[in-house]
Design a protein around this ligand. Sequence first.
Ligand SMILES: NC(=O)c1ccc[n+]([C@@H]2O[C@H](COP(=O)([O-])OP(=O)(O)OC[C@H]3O[C@@H](n4cnc5c(N)ncnc54)[C@H](O)[C@@H]3O)[C@@H](O)[C@H]2O)c1
Ligand SMILES: [Zn+2]
Ligand SMILES: [Zn+2]
Length: 361
Amino acid sequence: MSSRALTARVLSVMTLPKTQKAMVFSEYGGDLEYRDIPVPTKKANEILINVKYSGVCHSDLYVWKNRTPMTSKLPLVGGHEGAGVVVGMGSNVKNWKIGDKAGVKWLNSTCMTCEHCELGNEPSCLKSEYNGFTRNGSFQQYVAVDAIHAPRLPDNCDLAELAPASCAGVTVYKAIKSANIRAGQWMAITGACGGLGSVAIQYCKAMGYRVVGIDAGEAKANLFKELGGEVFIDFTKSKDLVADVVSATNGGAHGVLSIAATEDAINTSVKYVRSNGTCVIVSVPDGAYCKSDVFNQVVKSISIVGTYVANRAETREAIDFFARGLVKAPIEIVPLSQLLQVYKKIESGEVIGRYVLDTSM
Ligand SMILES: NC(=O)c1ccc[n+]([C@@H]2O[C@H](COP(=O)([O-])OP(=O)(O)OC[C@H]3O[C@@H](n4cnc5c(N)ncnc54)[C@H](O)[C@@H]3O)[C@@H](O)[C@H]2O)c1
Ligand SMILES: [Zn+2]
Ligand SMILES: [Zn+2]
């Protein structure tokens, strides 16, 4: 190590505080406390990230309310969509340096040795650790994450705007790839103007797809057009959503990203997808079932697939669209301490784009 790097490391250790601000809950759906907790220590394979901003994903709300079949640790600091700066490195870490920009994503670590990890299907690893679920996540000022998994963020972008890249961005990028459609074809996006949808529109546009978006209200219709969407359908006003999508796309969407967190939106999508098309299920409404009429599925030869975050290569590719200015998350920044207010807005469907928490407030 050069003497400069050594000085940077020593300085960073010296200046690290012992405690930090975090949003903590101790029971599901219980108080979200804004309080001081210890700064986490890093293991030999981990980097310590000073989180500057964190997006709030709909999944964080599920975790807080315990609306998933998996069980988190308690007490918990949620959050899995952070953006910050590397301030510490474990003794085995070779691929980072102090001052690098790093993200916090859902997967903190995976075993890297099982069949899934070997094949690049890291999200399927059964020995994963998850930020904001089995480990304290990005709703705090410092997070320790596996250096191998941490997403590298570009220097040329605003960190607040980059925060949504590490969950919303990587998830929809992978989902779009799973739809396997071609330039010029139609992608329907349900929940088009929430956190995931608003970046999905831009990825689709950058890849040459035509986008029909389904969401509600004039403000979302306006955002949809600003982001490059072609046809907006307000599901609260449409009398026949299936007919409207089929008509807008002249025969059905070639691909569908089911992002809206309702069972109904998923089940409707299998009716307006085009023959030989693919419905990609991204949302995870609690207790939901995907019901597909078998005759319809067989005769139209449609595929219905699920998709779950992204592997490391897809994460790098997805973030590159942000770095190149092709995708920019529409964000509203609020203090970390206002997490509860953000959850209320997510629950009522009011969120337009992504809320991003500023961890300094
Ligand atoms: N599969 C994964 O890896 C993964 C990763 C991240 C998030 N998610 C899930 O994706 C879903 C969306 O997350 P988000 O953060 O974008 O949520 P969000 O709350 O920001 O956005 C959801 C959008 O859906 C709209 N909506 C609600 N009902 C609708 C309907 N019937 N038809 C069309 N639109 C409707 C809302 O108005 C809102 O704009 C959640 O279920 C979340 O848990 C999955
Ligand atoms: Zn998420
Ligand atoms: Zn594994």
